[in-house]
Design a protein around this ligand. Structure first.
Ligand code: HSE
Length: 438
């Protein structure tokens, strides 16, 4: 059989990795796919990349439209990123009857429903494993390996840059900006790194995971999103001292509750004895809990050229395999689950219940602690563990750190607002949610 001709859009970090992996492992890939797979046409604005990647024998262009409209191309691999041009190109490719593989999490999280509807209509496949957690095949795991389960919750470290920054700050005391620069140089960070540090990248990925796990429509705008920029070195230290000892990780959490689906991304205290707290550096990990299987943990590289290419190429292989299957059955397999749960609410963060780590600075005088604990007690917020440090600065301000029991976020918001109004409390209260992942 003739090899399948792939058109590649974008020769950046992941595009380059994809070209290298496809060529280096061509033999195994052909055996697994049942047909050879070749890049036949590549689009890149930077023509130097074509020489750098040794793609001089294939057709190349600076105009990606040439690739998506080319009659010989059967699979278009979109690795440009962003929402606008990439979306137009994917829709054009689908319209031209081409299968699509993409690593574009922002696009899937925001416009996936429109893209899948177009693919369904045209009877082509859209695969996007590389959009979530780079090289970890977590989408395939949930959709295929765990397909028997009613999913209960999932929680993941799904932004390598953020995890790298938190790890380096904790272990080496490095400055935030310095570590971020290194992540950019290593090709981990997004084109706009605020997507990494403000949690937007993780929210894109969590939106996709939640949709796959629970069958709800993609609702990025309802994902609560908080980044890592406000985590201070002292929070890391105090978290380790409190109660059983905690570590702070930036987690994406999706959980099925009786009232709806929790979908949230934020810094989280996790007890030190949970496996996921050892996931450091650029590594990603996702814990998925299903009713039949219990907890499963998926771990690996969530960013970088070849790890992400590993997922892209696996999707190309899947598409090639499915191309030989009955056309009426291919779309549900590789595109999206048709949602039967469109009405299931995604809970606003105010309705989510978690335990909290609180850090505040107060003036060291009689009655201050009583005022703070009364505010918490009046709202039925129970304190689980507590640290008060000796006075700092001018000698009369103390750091007070608490771990509370579970409480509705709305009640905690009220309590924090009341605490911040106390004359004896200086500045804002730092709050970090706690998850025991049980
Ligand atoms: N910027 C992302 C990260 C790349 O750091 O995880 C992979 O999506």
């Amino acid at each position: 059989m003739k090899p399948v001709k792939v058109g590649l859009l974008g020769l950046g970090t992941v595009g380059g990795g994809t070209a290298l992996v496809l060529s280096r492992n061509a033999e195994e890939i052909a055996r697994r796919a049942g047909r050879g797979i070749v890049i036949d046409y590549a689009a890149s604005l930077d023509l130097n990349r074509i020489t750098e990647l040794g793609l001089t024998t294939i057709r190349t262009t600076q105009n990606a439209l040439d690739v998506v409209t080319d009659p010989d191309i059967e699979i278009v691999v979109e690795l440009i990123g962003g929402y606008t041009i990439a979306k137009d190109l994917i829709l054009r490719a689908i319209d031209n009857g081409k299968h699509v593989v993409t690593a574009n999490k922002a696009l899937i999280a925001l416009h996936g429903s429109e893209i899948f509807a177009a693919a369904q209509e045209k009877g082509v496949m859209v695969a996007f494993e590389a959009a979530v957690a780079g090289g970890i095949p977590v989408i395939k795991a949930i959709r295929e390996g765990l397909a028997a389960n009613r999913m209960q919750w999932l929680a993941g470290i799904i932004n390598g840059t953020g995890n790298f920054i938190l790890t380096e700050m904790r272990d080496k005391g490095r400055a935030f900006a310095d570590v971020l620069r290194e992540a950019q140089e290593l090709g981990y960070a997004e084109a706009d790194p605020t997507f990494d540090v403000e949690g937007i990248d993780a929210a894109h990925k969590l939106t996709i995971l939640s949709s796959i796990a629970f069958g709800v429509p993609l609702q990025f705008e309802k994902t609560y999103t908080e980044g890592i920029t406000k985590i201070a070195a002292e929070d890391v230290k105090y978290a380790a001292e409190l109660g059983v000892g905690y570590r702070i990780k930036h987690l994406g959490i999706a959980r099925r509750t009786e009232k709806g689906i929790e979908q949230r991304v934020h810094p989280t205290l996790i007890p030190h004895n949970r496996l996921i707290v050892s996931v450091d550096g650029v590594m990603n990990a996702v814990v998925v809990k299903g009713d039949a299987v219990g907890e499963t943990l998926f771990y690996g590289r969530g960013a970088g050229a070849e790890p992400t290419a590993s997922a892209v190429v696996a999707d190309i292989i899947d598409v090639v395999r499915a191309m030989t299957a009955d056309p009426t059955n291919r779309v549900p397999h590789l595109a999206f689950q048709a949602s039967t749960l469109a009405d299931t609410p995604i809970l606003p963060i105010e309705d989510v219940q978690t335990a909290f780590y609180l850090r505040m600075r107060a003036i060291d005088r009689p009655g201050v602690l009583a005022d703070i604990t009364r505010i918490l007690g009046d709202r039925s917020i129970s304190i689980e563990a507590f640290i008060q440090k000796e006075p700092v600065r001018s000698g009369n301000e103390v750091d007070i750190i608490m771990l509370t029991q579970k409480v509705r976020e709305a009640n905690m918001n009220e309590a924090i607002a009341a605490i911040e109004k106390l004359d004896s409390v200086c500045g804002a209260v730092t709050r970090i949610r706690v998850e025991t992942l049980e």
